[in-house]
Design a protein around this ligand. Structure first.
Ligand SMILES: CC(C)(COP(=O)(O)OP(=O)(O)OC[C@H]1O[C@@H](n2cnc3c(N)ncnc32)[C@H](O)[C@@H]1OP(=O)(O)O)[C@@H](O)C(=O)NCCC(=O)NCCS
Length: 221
């Protein structure tokens, strides 16, 4: 089951800051799918801000064994665990295939993937970028789509939780579509994992998973 929590959630619920609690509970919180974005919120600055301009375009390459320490650090940064839950399934994300982004030779982002048995569809389990608004997220997502298409998948999909409005915007800007609301799925988990944090980004109560998809057989999508 997804994550557990320790002291601090009560305060988080009072203050409306789920992430601040998560940061105090490192290692304990394993959350649901893409909901567990526990790092600092991505602050949108003007695109001319020099901090957000990449020195060079990201290089995207498949994950290699030597990436394991960076991958584990990346997962811990955003999800506080290497075990990622989505749609009721736990994924050991540091053992999944996927792609790494590098900028100027440095690790700049990660996408991990799970191919369904039979290979007709592929799920993006995690996507994260160390260079907000530098094109890393889009390049990784595009690599995931290319990989799925090349593998013969007809569909690629992912989930995020109802509080992750930044991700919802990002995926739609990348051409992905809402497809299914898994209403109350996080609430149901909470009946078993009773101390899951209640509040997520922006103080929004985390209740649902929202599934996004892209049909690969349909070039118009
Ligand atoms: C969601 C996430 C992966 C996006 O990654 P990112 O690297 O910021 O994404 P990109 O830079 O490719 O795109 C973001 C925006 O920057 C813009 N951008 C890209 N390159 C740019 C550049 N060189 N200069 C200025 N802006 C640029 C993009 O056009 C996009 O803007 P838009 O949404 O208005 O079209 C990232 O915010 C993240 O890691 N979040 C935390 C983890 C998370 O929430 N993951 C998803 C869980 S569901």
């Amino acid at each position: 089951m997804p994550g557990a929590r320790s002291a601090g959630t009560e305060n988080a619920n009072k203050t409306g800051d789920f992430r601040s609690v998560a940061s105090r509970d490192r290692g304990l919180l394993r959350f649901w799918g893409h909901s567990a974005v526990l790092g600092a919120p991505t602050k949108r600055l003007p695109r001319t801000d020099h901090r957000y301009a990449p020195i060079m375009a990201p290089v995207i390459r498949p994950i290699e064994p030597r990436d394991l320490p960076e991958i584990q650090a990346e997962l811990e940064t955003h999800w506080h665990s290497t075990q990622i839950w989505s749609l009721g399934r736990m994924h050991q994300a540091d053992a999944l295939p996927g792609f790494v982004a590098e900028v100027n030779g440095a690790f700049a982002g990660l996408v991990t993937l799970h191919m369904d048995p039979g290979g007709w569809q592929c799920e993006v389990i995690t996507l994260s970028s160390r260079m907000p608004a530098g094109g890393v997220g889009a390049a990784l997502l595009a690599a995931a789509e290319r990989h799925a298409r090349t593998a013969g998948c007809r569909r690629i999909f992912l989930t995020t939780t109802n509080d992750n409005t930044h991700a919802m915007r990002f995926y739609q800007r990348q051409g992905w579509c809402f497809c299914t609301l898994h209403k109350g799925i996080v609430d149901r988990v909470r009946t078993v994992i009773t101390d899951l944090p209640l509040l997520g980004f922006h103080g929004i109560q985390v209740r649902d998973e929202i599934e996004f998809e892209r049909w690969l057989a349909d070039s118009a999508n």
